[in-house]
Design a protein around this ligand. Sequence first.
Ligand code: UDP
Length: 254
Amino acid sequence: MARRRQLYEGKAKILFEGPEPGTLVQYFKDDATAFNAQKKGTITGKGVLNNRISEFLMTKLAEINIPTHFIRRLNMREQLIKEVEIVPIEVVVRNIAAGSIAQRLGIPEGTRLPRSIVEYYYKNDQLNDPMVGEEHITAFGWATPQDMDDIIHLTLRINDFLTGLFLGVGITLVDFKIEFGRLYENEDMRIVLADEISPDNCRLWDAKTNEKMDKDRFRRDLGKIEEAYQEVARRLGILPEAGARDLKGPETMQ
Ligand code: UDP
């Protein structure tokens, strides 16, 4: 089969034209970047695991009626998704202080926040994804007030659900980043969850030991990165059947 037309290559994923109009193929790479791509590396098997973990979490969210772009997984590294217009905002939810909020506000890492805090960052690599408020988002037209109502409502539901799901497998959901898109169907437009949810964009700590099980192991050179991603998949009960040995997966496109 002919190689599909590539539409976009990001830091961790590639988007290809899908088999039908209105669909795309999302390919998960092993490449890892941090600090706005100043630090680069490869985490062997990450793409395979993130493909599987994101499939699992999006499917679970769909079961509680969170609309998502996910259609189905195609193979070890690819999933079929609905084509959406990405809202250029990264939505970050924090339950426990870590990373930039700990630094910015001088809150010791690990402090439980008085309540979950939602932050927005404007997706712009040249500007280093600056933090913005709802005022900026609506004033500059990146999203409408109605879009923001939907985004906030969905985000809080996603946080509640994922917090419980992870806690059930002994993992604390410290914080995470999600993205939304506009899905156009007939005359209607709906806001849906897009991108991915994986240890690349969540902070996941072992509930007992607080050991980090996410991309912070790469960012902070803590070692055992592959093992941490695998352990998240194992606890969720979704390690690929072939087990850890086969995580490299096929190099060729379907
Ligand atoms: N995050 C992300 N992509 C980004 C920035 C942050 O996925 O470009 C995730 C990150 O993995 C963490 C959460 O969002 O789970 C909050 O990140 P923070 O603002 O603390 O940023 P960082 O530690 O990356 O400076």
